[in-house]
Design a protein around this ligand. Structure first.
Ligand SMILES: C[S@@+](CC[C@H](N)C(=O)[O-])C[C@H]1O[C@@H](n2cnc3c(N)ncnc32)[C@H](O)[C@@H]1O
Length: 206
């Protein structure tokens, strides 16, 4: 792993631990709410295995998950598009990407994910942009259904749509159960829930 990425990931892991222990006072909207380290390692391996070159992320926060994705694409210099609505988190994410020396691989788009996804979808359907190899859903959980429907056509066959928080926090479980059932109604997908970190839904477009 590139040293500059490793050191930013370690800094963010310390911060995340403090937030979880509630040892620091912080507003809910400023919390990192990041994936776990094990989840980061898992996606890092998966992205290397599928030789991902184009990644779409919904919910950047301060860029912890994005850095794990960027690390997996150091050899092929693949690109990430990541969407976030909170401007102060975007500033923190951009500073982290600079510090990790991966800013040139990452395009952060500020705004509401649905509207941005509709624009991205248009540019792929009109042939201006290529489909994604991997998409990661980690923003407002209620909208996952709409995100999935917009993302499925813009991921390549053999590409993966992953979703965080399938099992934890437990308050999301009833909603996530419906979401998983919803995915299973779709043709040409295969899907599995992994009991890893907060619970990851891994769906391949077949
Ligand atoms: C769980 S955090 C993302 C954590 C990040 N993926 C990581 O693991 O490091 C969810 C983020 O989604 C953002 N978000 C929530 N709803 C959104 C929306 N409708 N459009 C864009 N961003 C949104 C929040 O501001 C928050 O930073």
């Amino acid at each position: 792993m590139k040293e500059s990425i490793k050191s930013v990931l370690q800094k963010l892991e310390k911060r995340s631990k403090l937030e979880k222990l509630e040892n620091i006072e912080i507003n809910q909207e400023d919390r990192m709410l990041a994936i776990t380290k094990e989840t980061g390692i898992f996606y890092n391996i998966l992205l290397k295995a599928i030789k991902a070159k184009r990644i779409l992320e919904i919910g950047t926060s301060v860029g912890y998950s994005t850095l794990w994705f960027a690390d997996a694409m150091q050899k092929n210099q693949g690109k990430i598009v990541t969407i976030e609505q909170n401007p102060s988190k975007i500033s923190r994410a951009r500073a982290n990407f600079e510090e990790a020396s991966v800013a040139n691989q990452i395009k952060v788009i500020e705004g509401k994910a649905i509207q941005i996804l509709e624009q991205i979808s248009e540019s792929i359907k009109s042939g201006k942009k290529k489909q994604f190899d991997f998409a990661f859903l980690d923003a407002d959980k209620e909208q996952n259904f709409e995100y999935f429907d917009l993302i499925l056509p813009i991921v390549r066959v053999g590409g993966i749509i992953a979703t965080d928080n399938i099992l934890y926090p437990e308050k999301f479980r009833p909603l996530m159960k419906k979401y998983v059932e919803y995915i299973k109604t779709k043709p040409n997908v295969q899907t599995i829930t992994l009991d890893l970190g907060n619970g990851e839904q891994i769906t391949i477009k077949t």
